[in-house]
Structures are given as C-alpha cells and as structure tokens.
Design a protein around this ligand. Structure first.
Ligand SMILES: [Zn+2]
Ligand SMILES: [Zn+2]
Length: 139
C-alpha cells in the first residue's frame, strides 16, 4: 500500500495512516472548531473516506450536532485529549484529519479559510488564500 502520510496524537496512543493525498486542506474558524481545538481555528485536511485508517486503543468518540444541523463524530485520544479526526454527516464521502497531528507538517498546505465570520480579530488571513464567511463555497 502506498502511504501519503502518518500521524497521531500527542501521547502516541492513537495513530493513523493516510493512503492518499488530501482532497483539500483549509482552516475553519467556526466556534465548534475553536472550542474543540482550544485555539482560534482548526486546520483541516479532508481525505476521501476510506483512505484514512485510525488505530490504537486510546480512540474515543464524541458526537454532536454541527452547524449544519447534522451530526459530527469526533475521534480523539482518551489519554491525552488530542483531536485526531472527524466525520461530518453532511459530507459523508470525506474523513477530516486535524492537521496539527500529522507527523510531517510540511505536507499541510492550506488553500482556504471557512466560517471567517467567526474569525478572531487578531488572526490575519493571507490574501492569496480563498476565504468564505460561511461554509466552503459560500459568499
Ligand atoms: Zn494521546
Ligand atoms: Zn469548524
């Protein structure tokens, strides 16, 4: 099997393999991502579902209703708390990896910002990166 990238949580109890490059990479500034990441935004690598394999006995799951009104299932490490991946019911063909967990950060190349309506005022967005006030493709 070819391998695009590997990654894992802070303590190493949860690991993952990505067999293909991401379809897209970007930053989400919504409140859910701010809370879940403990930061101003989450950097998301969006992979075709099935190209990411998460392993380890530390995986915990938390489901909630996202801004779309549909469910979001988040995988995180039960030992160290790092958010690792997420599955959004609204985009069932994709698996999201939280890019801060990737072993080789040079593979992370954000192409857009979404939900910038919720962006923290001290975050400056680079002008060459597409920005959407709401979800991807919104005005
Ligand atoms: Zn961990
Ligand atoms: Zn978000």
């Amino acid at each position: 099997m070819t391998l695009f990238a590997t990654g894992g949580c802070l303590c190493g109890a949860v690991r993952y393999d990505c067999s293909e490059p991401p379809l897209m990479t970007g930053a989400c500034h919504c409140r859910d991502c701010q809370r879940n990441s403990g930061s101003a935004f989450a950097t998301l690598m969006i992979f075709k579902k099935g190209s990411v394999a998460v392993s380890g006995d530390g995986v915990s799951r938390f489901s909630h209703t996202g801004g779309s009104g549909q469910s979001v299932e988040r995988c995180f490490c039960s030992k160290c708390g790092s958010p690792v991946s997420a599955f959004y019911e609204v985009t069932p063909d994709f698996t999201v990896i939280f890019a801060g967990t990737i072993d080789d950060p040079s593979l992370v190349r954000p192409q857009w910002n979404i939900y910038t309506a919720g962006k923290q005022p001290w975050v400056e967005l680079p002008p060459h990166v597409k920005s959407f006030a709401g979800g991807y493709g919104s005005e």
